[in-house]
Design a protein around this ligand. Structure first.
Ligand code: DX5
Ligand code: ZN
Length: 224
């Protein structure tokens, strides 16, 4: 069964603790935390202190997506803040292999992400060091963008590479996931779907999560 990782980027930032509790009660498999530095991406969100403050709110798996330059500099902070999975961008790290290794040394799972223009083949030297590979299906930086359809080909390619190499990393997809695009990603081989606006714009988070996991479930209704 595919896992759903709601992205807190689309939550009500004035009530983050409550939002995390609601996502936990909605039966989400994990919580996606988008860290942006205003350099690697043209937006700034939150950092390790906010993640640390949210850690006691729920026993959710914390899926931390670092959209920051040279993430090696901040691994200690995010590991200590309570990250379970730390995903870095291939385009943002000078020493990708060393950074993935450093994440695992801090007892976190290691993830590697690529932007829409980066081909899957560039990931090959690092796949054996990855617990998760994150395919961006929008340009990183903002929630609520439109899904880039070529992402499904990248998921398919990654899926067959995983078979060929006999590896076991999870395939995660992030950006523009909704009731229409979720089934395409699942069919292509995605294991984890990140969804911000498709969950947080809905009045009932539980049915929003269910609708992504199982496209046959009843359609949720938007917040009024
Ligand atoms: C974009 C972030 C995504 C974003 C997804 O840079 O990495 O996680 O929150 O938002 P939606 O699901 O609204 O596209
Ligand atoms: Zn993300």
């Amino acid at each position: 069964m595919v896992k759903i990782s709601p992205s807190l980027l689309s939550a009500d930032f004035s009530r983050l603790g409550e939002e995390v509790k609601k996502i936990n009660a909605a039966g989400a498999d994990m919580l996606h935390l988008d860290v942006m530095d205003g350099r690697f991406v043209p937006n700034i969100t939150f950092g390790a202190p906010v993640i640390r403050a949210l850690r006691p709110a729920a026993p959710l798996f914390f899926d931390v997506h670092l959209m920051i330059d040279e993430p090696m500099r901040y691994l200690d902070d995010f590991a200590e803040a309570g990250a379970d999975l730390i995903t870095i961008h291939l385009e943002a790290a000078r020493k990708v292999s060393q950074t993935l290794d450093a994440i695992r040394k801090r007892n976190c799972l290691a993830g590697l992400s690529i932007k829409p223009a980066t081909p899957v083949t560039v990931l090959c030297p690092y796949l054996a060091q990855c617990d998760t590979v994150l395919i961006m299906s929008v340009e990183p930086g903002f929630g609520g963008q439109k899904f880039i359809p070529e992402a499904t080909d990248k998921i398919r390619r990654l899926f067959s590479l995983r078979e060929q190499l006999g590896l076991a990393f999870s395939i995660e997809v992030d950006g523009g996931i909704n009731a229409e695009t979720a089934p395409l990603c699942i069919a292509a081989g995605a294991d984890i779907l990140v969804a911000g606006s498709a969950v947080f714009t809905q009045s009932d988070y539980k049915s929003a999560v269910e609708a992504l996991r199982n496209p046959m479930s009843p359609t949720p209704s938007p917040k009024s």
